[in-house]
Design a protein around this ligand. Structure first.
Ligand SMILES: Cc1cc2nc3c(=O)[nH]c(=O)nc-3n(C[C@H](O)[C@H](O)[C@H](O)COP(=O)(O)OP(=O)(O)OC[C@H]3O[C@@H](n4cnc5c(N)ncnc54)[C@H](O)[C@@H]3O)c2cc1C
Length: 804
């Protein structure tokens, strides 16, 4: 009997582990029954009764027509009561975009080959030429300190941007644009942002959600032919007004309206919209000539049909129309890109201003959600990667050049810690950017991954910039032309806030959309209940139950075996990391199902739970991106250290997120049982060790090639320029002087020279013949360069009063 039971359990586990749901249960029941009978423990009557019950259950669950009538109908009724009710705008937001690698992570058994076989698009020769030509030239022309003082880009830069088509990167060539890929677009923004955030934002906006993108996807041919060439050349400067005082995160609550009415214009009756709006925070608005506007169309006189509220729509409004008030500026953290309010008072525009013409009436929300599903992957992640790479480059150099206690500060363990974080985060963030842009270029619109990229890369930027500020300390605080770090610091909250503020994106959007879109069955369950389609519901429900059983088994077995049974790609030295992620994928899906099952519709409001679920999903994505990067790039020692740091950080953060859910899930028995399933041996993942952190820090301090590879997207100014240019030159000189400094130190240790501060040792060494005149010169040059880069700016009181 016992043997039969154990055998049945093994068969059940093995089959469930590989996903054979119904077959697994039936096979296990059969083995158990046979074993029971053979041992002779059971009386024939009991044996027969149990057999009949099991056959009946097998028939009910194994025969869909029977199952539908007996089980699924009741389940459908029960579930329809607990499922969250979705409003129209919520439904559209959830349905926008596609699912991709995120769905694999949600399955509990990610197919690593799908990730590793995927080939992200590379820059075309034309895109590369644009990077090497106009982008380099633009960066050379940008002087961020000057831009700060001017409170605008210089006129020559505006002209350069227009003539070189920077505002038409996403516009196809047939309309006069560049028609660039997502990765090219992202890399252009990254490079510019490493030079000037104000310039990067100026380039970003016409290429992201706004008139250009909306026209491309939804404009009528007439609208495209008229506006797109003008936008590509910069003859029109666009902006897009969605946010208003009443409608921030809840953008669908807009009170901007367009009332359908007829007016006599130039002696002719024209059907149009009387628009009233108050928008704020609108980027490029003060200089914009073409305003993209989101508003609600109302038709109280029923000029278009029976309905009065026709829904959110998007239109293009010229700034010259009567009633448009535009030109005032906000001051976003002192970063001087154009940003300001726009007000419209009884502005009349003909119906053809609606994007998509009459077919676009009421389609605005869908348009915006679809564009954001893809667009969130580009602008702000690109900006964040630019900041992270810049911090790596600056801090790697500064920590070598800056000496305290006669030692480069990078040698102190206290500095090693933030340095490792900066480098590791930069590796992982760049990897995530490449992966999501690759997905876009492959034709996906990965809404959940885009939201993850937006929120977690801008948060990553904040982490990195805070660490960089601490490392550079006083020199990071004193503003002036030498200090580009402070300007990145100012810009951080902007990235956190725009395109969906991060708290909202983390706590609502990522898991909310992920649970419904990425989960293999939830969307089908919801849709089938709405359609009252019992057959579809039955298929989805039992698919879901099988998935749950499979992931329960997987989560448990993988936890007990240290993930060793999980799939891993062959010949990867990072194979164990793939296995741990496989384990967490199963645990995540299981926990997600239990959270949905026990909290039902109220999970929507349990944002601390859904936020942690978002963390787990996001760090699984980031870890996968880092592994993919390592797989695709050359396997250098520095890369190996970086991928290990990245994945170990992610595994630890996933564990913390899952533990946080288990500790706070309201249904305590379920949480207690799940803790036993998912973490039977306790919380065993640790953040990267001190040793690994030290290796990562050493790599960016001492391995020139590694440092350059990690920061390959940024602009490095010439040596003669204050800031990064001078720092790079000082680093070269400091590195050349290291052997001479070592010689002096060795002489002190051998008693040939007296112990003395570094600046005195040079002269003493020369006099004592420990170093040559040539070597002495190297030391003097390194000292001079060092003094130059540790200097900070100071201003006369008069100049100071004029500074921004
Ligand atoms: C510099 C800058 C440029 C911008 N450019 C443009 C532009 O060009 N066009 C445009 O239309 N808009 C633009 N915006 C607007 C931007 O997208 C909004 O600021 C943003 O969506 C948030 O709105 P809000 O600032 O009103 O915050 P609020 O909506 O007031 O939110 C306040 C806080 O509450 C959180 N929150 C809100 N709801 C929830 C919830 N359900 N659950 C959890 N947390 C929640 C938010 O995450 C946030 O932390 C810009 C903003 C800035 C600052």
């Amino acid at each position: 009997m016992l043997i039969a039971f154990v055998l049945a359990l093994i068969v059940l586990s093995a089959l469930l582990f590989v996903g054979q749901g119904f077959f697994a249960w039936t096979a296990a029941a059969a083995i158990w029954l046979i074993g029971w009978r053979l041992t002779g423990i059971a009386s024939p009557l009991l044996f027969e009764s149990v057999t009949v019950v099991l056959i009946a259950l097998a028939a009910i669950f194994g025969l869909p027509p029977l199952r539908r009538v007996i089980v699924s109908r009741l389940a459908m009724k029960a579930m329809s009561k607990v499922l969250p009710r979705l409003g129209e705008t919520e439904r559209i937001a959830l349905e926008a975009g596609t699912v991709w690698w995120d769905a694999e992570l949600f399955s509990g058994r990610p197919d690593w080959h799908k990730l590793l076989d995927f080939q992200p698009q590379k820059l075309t020769p034309e895109e590369q030429a644009f990077m090497d030509g106009p982008v380099e030239e633009l960066c050379r022309r940008l002087d961020d300190w000057q831009i700060n003082q001017l409170r605008d880009l210089p006129t020559s830069v505006w002209a350069f941007l227009k003539t070189n088509g920077f505002f038409g990167m996403i516009i196809p060539k047939e309309y006069g644009g560049h028609g660039f890929s997502a990765i090219a677009h992202s890399r252009v923004v990254t490079k510019i942002s490493s030079r000037s955030v104000a310039a990067a934002v100026t380039v970003m906006v016409p290429n992201s959600l706004g008139p250009g993108e909306l026209l491309l996807h939804y404009g009528t041919e007439e609208q495209k032919k008229f506006y797109l060439p003008r936008l590509a050349k910069g003859d029109e400067i666009p902006c897009f007004g969605l946010t208003g005082p009443e409608a921030g995160s809840d953008a669908a609550a807009t009170q901007s309206t367009g009332i359908v009415e007829k007016r006599i214009v130039d002696g002719k009756e024209v059907l149009g919209l009387r628009l009233n709006w108050k928008k704020r925070y609108i980027t490029l608005a003060p200089v914009s000539t073409l305003v993209g506007l989101a508003f609600r169309i109302k038709d109280p006189d029923h000029l278009l049909g029976d309905k009065e509220d026709l829904g959110i729509s998007c239109a293009l409004i010229s700034r010259d129309l009567e009633g448009v008030e535009i030109g005032m500026r906000h001051d976003p953290m002192g970063v001087p890109f154009m940003n300001g309010p726009i007000v419209g008072k009884d502005v009349f525009a003909p119906m053809d201003c609606i994007i998509g013409g009459t077919a676009g009436i009421g389609q605005g929300w869908r348009m915006l959600m679809e564009c954001l599903a893809a667009g969130r992957s580009i602008s702000l992640p690109a900006l964040s990667v630019g900041a992270a790479q810049m911090m790596t480059r600056i801090c790697g150099a500064y920590a070598t050049v800056r000496e305290q206690f006669d030692t480069p500060i990078g040698r102190f363990e206290g500095i090693e810690e933030p340095l490792a974080r900066i480098a590791g985060m930069t590796y992982m963030m760049t990897a995530m950017r490449t992966l999501t842009c690759g997905a876009l270029d492959a034709g996906e619109k990965p809404a959940v991954m885009s939201a993850i990229a937006k929120a977690y890369l801008t948060d990553g930027m904040r982490e990195v910039v805070i660490d960089a500020m601490d490392i550079r300390a006083g020199a990071a605080i004193q503003k002036g032309p030498r200090n580009s770090l402070a300007r990145a610091w100012d810009a951080v909250p902007i990235g956190i806030t725009v395109e969906g503020a991060n708290i909202l994106t983390r706590s609502m959007i990522i898991y909310g959309q992920g649970a419904i879109r990425c989960h293999p069955f939830v969307q089908h369950e919801i849709a089938s209940i709405a359609e009252k389609n019992l057959t579809r519901f039955d298929r989805a429900l039992f698919g879901h139950i099988n998935l749950l059983a499979r992931n329960l088994t997987r989560a448990k077995l993988l936890a007990w075996t240290g993930s060793r049974l999980a799939d891993k790609p062959r010949a990867e030295d990072t194979a164990r990391y793939y296995q741990h992620l496989g384990r967490f994928s199963a645990a995540f899906e299981l926990l997600s199902d239990v959270a949905m099952g026990t909290l039902g519709g109220s999970l929507k409001f349990r944002e601390k739970i859904s936020g942690r679920l978002a963390d787990a999903l996001a760090y699984m994505c980031l870890a996968s991106a880092a592994l993919k990067r390592y797989h695709d790039e050359g396997k250098t020692t520095a890369n190996y250290n970086l991928v290990r740091w990245s994945v170990e950080t992610c595994l630890y953060r996933i564990q913390e997120a899952l533990l946080g859910i288990l500790e706070n899930l309201p249904m305590r028995p379920a949480a207690f049982w799940l803790s036993w399933v998912i973490f039977p041996l306790g919380a065993r993942f640790r953040p990267p060790s001190d040793k690994l952190g030290a290796r990562v820090a050493r790599d960016i301090l001492e391995d020139r090639e590694a440092r350059i590879n990690l920061t390959e997207d940024i602009f490095v100014p010439p040596a003669g320029e204050v800031g990064l240019g001078a720092l790079e030159a000082a680093l070269d000189k400091a590195v050349r002087a290291i052997p001479v400094e070592t010689k002096l130190r060795d002489a002190v240790r051998a008693g040939k020279l007296e112990r003395a501060p570094g600046y005195m040792l040079d002269d003493m060494g020369l006099k004592a013949g420990v170093i040559t005149a040539e070597e002495y010169k190297l030391l003097q040059e390194a000292d001079a360069a060092r003094n130059e880069v540790i200097a900070v700016d100071a201003f006369t009181p008069e100049t100071f009063k004029t500074l921004h």
